[in-house]
Design a protein around this ligand. Structure first.
Ligand code: GLU
Length: 308
């Protein structure tokens, strides 16, 4: 596993191939791309196809074609999480050997019935710690959880857009899952292992992941890997105030006519592109964006309505 911090800025875009890109995912792609370019750094792409049941066949290729059509060129080779299980198992084994994890037999229902409201996966309940001191008699482990109480669990970081964020992982999330009942590695662990393996210095992504970041920093501390700088972009909402996604029927991207959408993305990110840019070429839009990009202009909010 990569342990040093490279001198040079290295950012990434890490889409889950659960469908085509939409305006919201393009915001994360373009925001991370422009930050990397402004720093004279590299921009990597990682396909997060670990959540196998939700993966849509062909979506990864379509995402990559869309990035190309928008003129976003990545450095190096693309990592696919589906090919990384050895690395995730090594990290799971390291945490187990450190006594930092344990097997858990609880079902979702049992945890929900504990009724402790928290920031667990998808705003789920705080894990009540039922299996922390051993499995109840006659029960088998369904998942692996990390012990959030063996390192200081109050995590504070200075987000490059959202400012100082503090979360007490033990009390607001609880011991969270790092190895899943269906034997897949949980997102939280995979992303930490991969950011370290790829030497990522700066993570720029949607603020829907802001509440996950303290969990990831806690895992970095337990695994002894560097903590990147984080900057969380506002998440795009539709007119009804829902996050854009396949479920809310976000309109797919027209890769043949990237300019209007790219200009909208720049406007959404607070960069105030001049209206005449709508009639410019793609290369001219990027030229304008490179020359005018200012991170401090990005609205410091977690979510915002967009025009798309
Ligand atoms: N794969 C995640 C998503 O598409 C993003 C993960 C990340 O940027 O850390 O929502």
């Amino acid at each position: 596993m990569y342990r040093g911090r490279p001198e040079r800025y290295r950012g990434r875009f890490a889409p889950s191939p659960t469908g085509p890109l939409h305006f919201g995912s393009l915001v994360a792609a373009a925001g991370s791309y422009l930050e990397a370019r402004a720093a004279g750094g590299e921009w990597l792409v990682r396909i997060e196809d670990i959540d196998t049941p939700r993966i849509v066949r062909g979506a990864a290729d379509e995402i990559l074609r869309t990035l190309e059509a928008f003129g976003m060129h990545w450095n190096g080779t693309i990592i696919y999480q589906s090919a990384r299980s050895d690395a995730y198992h090594a990290a799971l084994e390291q945490l187990r050997a450190q006594g930092a994890s344990y097997g858990c037999a609880c079902t979702r229902r049992e945890i929900a019935d504990s009724g402790i409201h928290g920031l667990g996966s998808d705003g789920g309940p705080v894990y009540p710690g039922t299996c922390r001191d051993g499995l109840p008699p006659g029960r088998a482990a369904r998942a692996t959880r990390v012990r959030t109480n063996i390192a200081p669990s109050r995590i504070t970081f200075d987000d490059g857009i959202q400012g100082i964020i503090t979360q007490d992982v033990e009390h607001q999330v609880g011991d969270f899952v790092i190895g899943r009942a269906d034997s897949l590695t949980a997102y939280q662990l995979a992303v930490v292992v991969d950011d370290a393996a790829q030497g990522i210095t700066d993570v720029v992504r949607g603020a829907d992941l802001l509440d996950s970041t303290p969990r990831q920093i806690l895992l970095q501390r337990l695994l002894g890997t560097p903590t990147p700088h984080y900057a969380h972009l506002p998440v795009a909402l539709n007119e009804q105030g829902e996050k854009l996604s396949k479920q809310t029927l976000a309109s797919a991207i027209h890769a043949e006519t990237p300019v209007p959408m790219l200009v909208n993305v720049l406007a959404f990110l607070g960069q105030q592109p001049p209206p005449q840019l709508l009639h410019a070429s793609l290369a001219q839009v990027w030229e304008w964006a490179d020359a005018h990009w200012q991170r401090r202009k990005i609205p410091a909010v977690r979510a915002m309505r967009c025009a798309n």
